[in-house]
Design a protein around this ligand. Structure first.
Ligand SMILES: [Zn+2]
Ligand SMILES: [Zn+2]
Length: 122
């Protein structure tokens, strides 16, 4: 089940929701797969750094750079739904500092930018 879900996620060219994955997996297996069990496994992938969660799209993406030690920033296209990742330690460093200044510990910046990708803007 885990391997199937991972393969399904890896086939997607843009962030996919647990429902998307459950639907295509159900079609492939000819048997209904519950989105709830897909959710649990996707969150497990995120916890193990195998996948990233795109909060603003409620969707998941295979982690193409599991060794990244930066706080990843995602840019997501409002039109085609594609997502790219970038690292900018100045931005996320400032956010971490702001959080620490507010008395928070174990800070994990979640930064997402929405807009139009180069293809859609052209
Ligand atoms: Zn990164
Ligand atoms: Zn686009």
């Amino acid at each position: 089940m885990r391997a199937d879900i991972f393969n399904e996620l890896a086939c997607q060219d843009r962030p996919a929701s647990a429902y998307d994955i459950a639907e295509s997996l159900s079609a492939r297996r000819g048997k209904r797969v519950a989105p709830n069990s897909v959710y649990r496994i996707l969150d497990l992938f995120v916890a193990n750094n195998l996948a990233n969660r795109i909060e603003s799209a409620n969707a998941y993406l295979v982690n193409t750079h599991p060794g990244c030690r930066h706080d990843c920033i995602f840019v997501i296209c409002d039109d085609c739904g594609s997502a790219r990742h970038l690292d900018d330690d100045r931005v996320t460093g400032a956010l971490r500092q702001a959080g620490q200044g507010a008395g928070f510990a174990n800070i994990r910046p979640v930064v997402e930018l929405r807009g139009l990708c180069g293809d859609c803007a052209a």
